[in-house]
Design a protein around this ligand. Structure first.
Ligand code: BTN
Length: 252
């Protein structure tokens, strides 16, 4: 039994149901079946075919990484475009409280500590309009190989236990619920404030790797009302708005 897995009493209070699976291909896939209530969630410490953004895979070694997905109600397109950012910002807030004080968000939804990746988020919209929020967290790789040289795990920054992981996920789901259940425009104000507070990408020089392989650079200087990233391009000084791209932080 993985030492940081427990019964999740605080998390359960935020949910309609929680299933803890010994192993599954992808927790996001589990929530694609039709008859599920809002705030149904699934978690495992052994995900065998985890998926990441932009067609990537998400690797988490059995017993070392946590895969968690929760189904949230449908919302307006504008609110939905903030959802991954809000999820990422809430992970940042929760892990800072637990000792990872340098945790930050990289647009749109990577949680980094000292530029190394702790957590990634994949939001997927179901045909019925509801959204699956999938969160992968590197919990404890103190006895195993991290997924990559650019990764880190929570155990490097403090003790992990069933209580700390329960508190972390309960905080994250609590923040998601607050955002989803707040009507616009309040939700957008809430999102902007919580995200801008922890978004390390703002003010940074970044390189952008487009899906067609083009690479360009610029300075990220703000977020639009939809949470898209505003970039002043280095070569042309032109303004560009990123909706979904692979952004890498360059020098500070
Ligand atoms: C990324 O960084 O590209 C996003 C990674 C998202 C991984 C999580 S783990 C739980 C959920 N299930 C999946 O298959 N993916 C997400």
């Amino acid at each position: 039994m993985t030492k940081w897995l427990g019964d999740f009493p605080f998390l359960r209070k935020q949910l309609v149901s929680l299933e803890i699976l010994p192993e599954t291909a992808s927790t996001n896939e589990v929530l694609k079946s039709e008859a599920l209530a809002d705030y149904t969630a699934v978690l495992t410490d052994h995900q065998t075919a985890g998926r990441g953004r932009m067609g990537r895979t998400w690797v988490s070694a059995p017993g070392h990484g946590l895969a968690f997905s929760v189904l949230v109600p449908g919302m307006s397109p504008s609110q939905q475009s903030w959802l991954p950012l809000v999820a990422g910002a809430s992970v940042v807030g929760a892990v800072r409280v637990q000792g990872a004080v340098n945790a930050e968000l990289k647009w749109p939804n990577d949680v980094l500590i000292e530029e190394r990746k702790l957590s990634g988020i994949l939001c997927e919209v179901r045909p019925d309009g509801r959204v699956i929020v999938g969160i992968g967290i590197n919990v404890d790789y103190s006895t195993g190989c991290l997924p990559s040289e650019e990764s880190t795990s929570l155990a490097e920054f403090g003790e992990v236990s069933p209580q700390s992981i329960d508190a972390l996920l309960a905080t994250v789901v609590g923040s998601l619920r607050e955002f989803v259940e707040t009507p616009a425009p309040g939700a957008l104000t809430l999102a902007k404030r919580s995200v801008e507070d922890v978004l390390a990408t703002l003010g940074r020089e970044v390189s952008i790797h487009d899906l067609d392989g083009t690479v360009w650079s610029g300075v990220a200087h703000g977020l639009t009302d939809d949470g898209h990233l505003m970039i002043r391009e280095t070569v042309t000084a032109g303004e560009r708005i990123l909706v979904a791209s692979d952004v890498r932080h360059l020098r500070q």
